[in-house]
Write a protein that binds this ligand. Structure first.
Ligand SMILES: Nc1ncnc2c1ncn2[C@@H]1O[C@H](COP(=O)(O)OP(=O)(O)OP(=O)(O)O)[C@@H](O)[C@H]1O
Length: 612
């Protein structure tokens, strides 16, 4: 099953240049501010340790030089005194121990800071995601941004220790350079010339690597998805039954192989060029070494200075190489960091600035005027001029065939999307004028595709009004109204029973049991408006009857909308709105509609016949 290379990879626009990598470095100060905020104490401890540690290489080399010079001096003296020599050895020993301890402290604080920062940034991503509109989340471009922000947590942690290490390395480099400049400035020139080519090479490859990873964001999402459906208890039944394993595994293999090959080619090239440039570095080291030896032979410098200079040169070369390769790694990670900040800085689409207070009690109800709607990115209108009123306290049922637009209408009521044309008024005020969170608080809702949280039963009910999670009375009340109390009583751990099979001691529920639990969420608050989108589709006939009997009693005087394909339920509504192809086909009481030989009476009779 061959698969074409995604267009995005060859797309010029997606290419990231070395310039982009440098530009991304602008995000580093903000990054450090965030790490500092994660734990000021750990951050300062890390920086101070690194500052001190930065000087240890040059001190060790310098003391080493003094030791050798002292040995040579003492060997040549008649009257020997080794006390100075042993003192120097003791100093070197102490500095080495200190350096080791500092190194460990740095590793420890790096690890702890990394954990804290990655937790903080994950929390930020969760909070930011909650601020985005449903339309933004359904847009694949936004989703890619989210994916890049979410999956690059490790890269951010790595960036942190690289960036901090870089600061330490700069100080070390300067201290070593000071020694070289003092004795043999020409060595610096040799050093720089040998390092530059490999730096350019590294920088170029890192931006190409990032381009590749970035252009594969969508494919990586697909790979994740395939991993999920191929190895997951929720899909296992279908995968086994339909024998989908090969289909999924092949699809995964083809896509992942493609990425592997692109990446492999890049790694091979990078490694080849890297080796060539490294040989250049080794050559320069030996050039410098020969030069230093010649200087010793001509008596210009001492043996101790020879060890100091060759040691410094070698360390400097390694440090500089480390500096440059870290620099390219930093600029590469900074590109990912840019994605993370871009995600955090995403503009939130606020529909209206003005905040009109929501009426304390709803007196008139909803007025829906000429509502048109097409989903973002789609030209097809799902709602085509829907107009009707829903009086305060009225119970309405929305009926219609699959895809007629019933759920979409609810989504517009709940302001998940904005109508492309027309308006929804509540007590004469456009619902866009209200604060969206305050507005939604007035609703008790159960969705057709409600989410099954693999948390406890208590938590699953309390998500309807999470501030009441510890209020047993409210939870018990909600559970009794939705018949979820039966489910609670059947569980070994009652309300504290963990649901689902993902975690230890989790208990899976039947479809109907889940539905009762989800339905309880709608009763968790004393909402003004109840919206039940197919709340009983998984319930048995008796349970459905009980649920509705309770619902009718409970919502007396409350505005409510029920979507259902079951006419026994629908007929209990005060009025029924029949949608067809995004338009209102019929509107009236059950009796009105039955008297009308249109879709409703036809479907009702069809269903009734099925029960005879
Ligand atoms: N998020 C979405 N993005 C794009 N199109 C969508 C989206 N959700 C639904 N649609 C489309 O909108 C149309 C109406 O869907 P809607 O869910 O409102 O129908 P419905 O009347 O509730 O159907 P059902 O009885 O099957 O639940 C369908 O053609 C569907 O494909």
């Amino acid at each position: 099953m061959a698969r074409r290379i995604p267009k995005s990879i060859t797309d010029k626009k997606e290419k990231t240049s070395v310039k982009d990598s440098f530009k991304a470095l602008k995000t580093i100060p903000r990054f450090f501010r965030e790490i500092f905020k994660s734990s000021p104490k750990l951050f300062l401890l890390n920086i101070i340790s690194r500052l001190i540690n930065a000087f240890t290489p040059v001190v060790i080399l310098w003391v080493g030089k003094m030791i050798i010079d002292e040995i040579i001096l003492q060997v040549s003296l008649e009257d020997k005194d080794f006390s100075q020599l042993w003192n120097l050895v003791l100093v070197e020993f102490s500095v080495v121990v200190l350096s080791d301890l500092l190194g460990r402290l740095i590793n420890l604080t790096d690890g702890l800071l990394g954990d804290l920062y990655s937790n903080d940034s994950s929390e930020k991503i969760i909070r930011k995601t909650a601020e985005l509109t449903i339309a933004q989340l359904e847009d694949p471009e936004f989703y890619d941004k989210l994916e890049r922000a979410r999956t690059q947590t490790n890269s951010r942690v790595e960036l942190m220790s690289n960036a901090l290490g870089q600061a330490e390395s700069v100080i070390s480099i300067f201290s070593l350079i000071a020694g070289l400049v003092y004795f043999e400035p020409i060595l610096i020139l040799i050093l720089i010339l040998s390092i530059i080519p490999s730096f350019i090479n590294e920088a170029k490859f890192s931006s190409t690597r990032y381009s590749l990873a970035r252009s594969w964001t969508a494919e990586r999402r697909e790979l994740d998805y395939l991993r999920y459906i191929g190895a997951n208890n929720q899909t296992a039944k279908e995968v086994k039954l339909f024998g989908l394993t090969d289909f999924i595994a092949e699809r995964f293999k083809n896509l992942s192989n493609e990425y592997y090959h692109l990446n492999k080619n890049l790694s091979l090239k990078q490694s080849l060029y890297g080796s060539l440039f490294n040989i250049l570095g080794i050559l320069s080291y030996y050039g410098a070494y020969v030069y230093i030896i010649l200087r010793v032979l001509t008596g210009a410098i001492s043996i101790g200075e020879l060890t100091f200079l060759s040691g410094s040169f070698n360390r400097l070369r390694n440090n500089l190489q480390g500096f440059f390769s870290r620099f390219t790694r930093i600029s590469e990670s900074a590109l990912y960091l840019q994605d993370y900040f871009d995600f955090l800085d995403l503009k939130i689409e606020r529909t209206s600035e003005a905040k009109t207070p929501i009426p304390e009690t709803i007196t008139q109800g909803f007025q829906i005027n000429d509502l048109h709607f097409a989903y973002p990115g789609s030209k097809t209108e799902v709602l085509k001029g829907v107009t009707f009123t829903m009086k305060a306290g009225e119970k309405m049922a929305f009926v219609g065939q699959n895809g007629a637009g019933k759920t979409t209408l609810i989504k517009l009521f709940l302001r998940f999307y904005e109508p492309t044309q027309g308006e929804i008024l509540l007590d004469g005020i456009n619902i866009n004028k209200f604060d969206v969170d305050d507005y939604r608080k007035r609703f008790g809702v159960i969705f057709q595709d409600f989410f099954k949280y693999e948390f406890t039963l208590r938590e699953n009910i309390a998500v309807g009004n999470i501030s009441e999670i510890d209020n047993d009375e409210t939870i018990g009340y909600a559970a009794s109204k939705s018949l979820a109390e039966q489910v609670v009583s059947e569980m070994e751990d009652g309300l504290e029973q963990r649901l689902g099979r993902r975690f230890y001691q989790g208990q899976e529920l039947s479809g109907g049991q889940w539905q009762k639990v989800a339905l309880a969420r709608a009763y968790m608050k004393d909402a003004d408006i109840m919206v039940l989108d197919e709340p009983t589709s998984a319930l048995d006939a008796q349970a459905e009857y009980d649920v509705f009997e309770r619902f009718i009693a409970l919502t007396k005087g409350k505005t409510s909308i029920i979507i259902s394909h079951r006419f026994s339920t629908v007929r209990m509504a005060d009025r029924i709105l029949v949608l067809q192809n995004g338009q209102v086909l019929e509107l009236g009481t059950h009796q009105d509609l039955m008297a009308n030989p249109k879709l409703y009476s036809e479907l009702f009779k069809l269903q009734a016949a099925g029960y005879q």
